[in-house]
Design a protein. Structure first.
Length: 251
């Protein structure tokens, strides 16, 4: 195997770049996680800027520095061999104060976006344990707050929820489906998000994909019906077996 230095040099060669990227990313996350003191140092970088979050006094240099640390955490969060250890250590919780910020200055925008990238890395792979962990925390309200800070934040949140829905097609979970529908319903309370949901709400929530779960859970069915009503969908999915619930539409 080529040395790290050699692989870095290969990044400059378009013909060798793909393999170099693969080799570098393959070993970086386990190296970061298993090397003595590395994760502690990265967490120290994160908590060191807590004092400048409120009142908001984050400088561009401080933002760049902590975002570099977050980029390394994203690498650990996305790797198969380190993802669950990362989650079991509850490291995502250290990012929540960043998502709770409201300043629209560039340093804070960059900080929120990079923090969302770490959360997004966790849900790229279909893993209900990861999703269950995130749903058990305050991540959804914090993502909603981030969404309000800019349109691109909404689409980051929307991608996360969309990935969750896609996961449920292969690994059904009525409980998770109920939580996800509730999240979308909360999003629809925001006018700009409601408009965007008209085009980006997953088709699986518009058709009968999850009809069996919805038949067993009247609350989830009612929430989905209200969601579709909020975004202007006039008809609700028909349950398998011929029974519908159009009569439950909220006027």
């Amino acid at each position: 195997m080529a040395s790290v230095e050699h692989l870095v040099l290969e990044l400059s060669n378009p013909d060798l770049r793909e393999n170099a990227l693969h080799e570098l990313s393959k070993d970086l996350a386990p190296l970061l996680w298993n090397s003595f003191g590395t994760m502690a140092a990265l967490l120290q970088e994160i908590v060191s800027i807590y004092p400048v979050i409120s009142p908001p006094n984050l400088t561009p240099a401080q933002s760049n520095r902590v975002c570099n640390a977050l980029a390394l955490l994203q690498c650990v969060a996305s790797h198969l061999d380190t993802r669950m250890q990362f989650l079991n250590a509850h490291i995502p919780l250290y990012l929540y104060p960043f998502l709770n910020t409201t300043s629209k200055s560039r340093p804070f925008e960059y900080l929120r976006l990079t923090s969302l990238g770490v959360i997004g890395a966790l849900v790229k792979v279909d893993d209900t344990e990861v999703i269950s962990f995130l749903l058990s925390t305050e991540i959804i309200p914090l993502c909603l707050r981030s969404m309000e800070m800019g349109t691109e934040r909404f689409y980051a949140v929307g991608r996360v929820l969309g990935n969750m829905v896609a996961t449920l097609v292969e690994q059904p979970s009525c409980r998770l489906l109920k939580h996800i529908i509730r999240c979308y319903l909360r999003l629809s309370d925001n006018q700009s998000a409601c408009e965007a949901l008209r085009t980006c709400l997953p088709d699986m929530l518009r058709d009968a994909t999850f009809s069996s779960c919805l038949r067993e859970d009247p609350t989830a069915r009612r929430w989905l019906q209200q969601l579709l009503h909020n975004i202007g969908v006039n008809r609700v999915p028909t349950l398998q077996g011929g029974g519908g619930f159009d009569h439950m539409m909220v006027s």
